[in-house]
Design a protein around this ligand. Structure first.
Ligand SMILES: Cc1cc2nc3c(=O)[nH]c(=O)nc-3n(C[C@H](O)[C@H](O)[C@H](O)COP(=O)(O)O)c2cc1C
Length: 447
């Protein structure tokens, strides 16, 4: 059977996530991100289009690398103001049954004890539709928010993340045995204390001696996403991730990343296909190729180049205000997101910034539904990806266009599902049990 194409919407709890300036477009409603209705309407549209999930990015900290100040980011709404990504999960879950959630949670900014409880709560409330995108942070401004002068060095952040995983696996998988909760009205015993165990961890970065506060949720450990592709990032993904989100602007580059990520999974004794790999993509679709081109040109009129430069500066840790707009982005040493630079080697600063006014963390494809379906199918085959994270331009138009025009075309070609698979997020993705299975390291924690 042909491999199924997976699809997540790529979003963030802010305006114009990766389309800097487009909040000014007359048809854009992303400035309503503070309301429940905005997220409920979006969730319903995504479920109508049988999207597997919504991937919610998040950034702790403000983009203040550009010009050494947050002013540009604040003026242009470069991912600030930004609200908590986890709080909108129940809002969207309450109006959907199958849409799943991959939510970014940054390791340095919350102790594992309270974070594990938040995730278990959401996994209960969503009946097992929860995923966590494990990130390590890349902004010094965020470190200052928790009393540190600057973020830890790139590779140290991954070492910390490894230890964090040990603690949360302990809390989710080990602390409560299956069958610990009796809910026995007759005897008056809700939970059998003999089946609940403290997690005792005395490590380099974390210390904890406590029981998890929640009873086991449908998946226990949420579906684990990861989105860094430096050598350290890929090794981390090979060990822990079940889904990986990668950047990159051509199918050949994606194919290389896919091969090396799958090799990392094998090196950790896992089946390479146990990684579902998503590439970022932006789609601008209209009834005809010509109309789609006009749409893109119209969107670009509202883009904010300064906002895009502020974003790039934060991602790379390099102040783009001092760079020549026509210089090529070569592989510059970065202590922030190394893969952001790798993905864009070859482009000029001006081209990269322009892409980021129209959703372009990945390739931007325009055309009629037929043209888009052709391009998506070709990309899917050549890259070896499992699916796409669809970035938006103008919201909700961008998602509605995709659901109304592209999904039916893909379905007609047999390239996209016609109904949801049953069960939790993990069951839908892997067609197997809701909980982590050996040889994933998390499964080894279960008693
Ligand atoms: C496609 C992509 C999406 C990412 N999304 C986020 C995000 O939403 N929040 C965040 O803090 N870091 C995000 N990151 C950063 C990484 O997850 C990672 O923690 C880190 O910055 C190092 O990445 P590296 O291994 O590529 O150097 C993203 C990275 C990539 C490549």
């Amino acid at each position: 059977m042909a491999k199924e194409m997976l699809l997540c919407a790529f979003d963030m709890n802010c305006v114009s996530h990766q389309s800097q300036g487009l909040w000014r477009h007359p048809r854009d409603h992303s400035e309503q991100f503070n309301t429940m209705k905005y997220w409920q309407d979006l969730a319903r549209t995504l479920e109508r289009g049988l999207f597997d999930g919504i991937f919610l990015a998040d950034v702790t900290g403000v983009y203040d690398v550009f010009g050494g100040s947050p002013d540009t980011a604040l003026r242009a709404a470069t991912q600030v103001p930004t609200n908590d990504p986890f709080s909108i999960v129940p809002v969207m879950a309450s109006v959907t049954e199958n849409l799943c959630f991959g939510v970014t949670g940054s390791i340095p900014y919350e102790p594992p004890y309270s974070f594990a409880r938040r995730i278990s709560t959401l996994d209960h409330l969503t009946s097992g539709r929860m995923g966590w995108n494990i990130v390590t942070g890349y902004l010094d401004s965020a470190a200052k928010g928790i009393g540190q002068p600057k973020k830890e060095a790139h590779d140290t952040r991954y070492d910390i993340a490894h230890e964090y995983m040990q603690v949360v696996y302990g809390l989710w998988e080990q602390s409560w045995e299956d069958g610990a909760v009796l809910r026995d009205r007759k005897s008056g015993v809700f939970t059998d204390p003999a089946k609940v165990h403290p997690v005792n961890h005395d490590g380099k970065y974390f210390k904890l001696n406590a029981i998890h506060l929640c009873e086991p949720s449908p998946q226990r450990t949420p579906v684990l996403f990861q989105a860094g592709s430096s050598p350290k990032g890929q090794a981390f993904a090979g060990e822990h991730a079940e889904c990986v989100f990668i950047g990159g602007h051509n199918a050949g580059r994606h194919a290389k990343s896919v091969a090396s990520l799958r090799a990392q999974a094998s090196a950790h004794g896992r089946d390479p296909d146990d990684l579902k790999i998503f590439g970022a993509i932006t789609v601008i679709v209209a009834r005809t190729d010509a109309e789609a081109k006009e749409k893109l040109a119209d969107y670009k009129k509202y883009g904010s180049q300064e906002g895009a430069l502020a974003l790039l500066s934060g991602w790379t840790g390099i102040d783009f205000s001092s760079l020549d707009m026509d210089a090529t982005v070569e592989q510059v040493e970065s202590d922030a997101i190394q893969s952001a630079l790798m993905a864009h080697g070859g482009a000029t600063v001006r081209e990269w910034a322009e892409d980021l006014t129209v959703g372009g963390a990945g390739p931007i494809i325009t055309g009629s539904p037929q043209t888009i379906a052709d391009k998506l199918q070709r990309w899917f085959e050549e890259s070896g990806l499992d699916g796409f994270n669809l970035a938006y331009t103008v919201m909700p138009e961008s998602i509605e266009d995709f659901v109304d025009l592209v999904i039916p075309e893909l379905q007609q070609r047999g390239a996209f599902k016609r109904s949801y698979h049953p069960g939790s997020f993990r069951e839908k993705l892997f067609d197997r049990q809701p909980r982590l299975q050996e040889p994933h390291p998390g499964a080894g924690y279960r008693l």
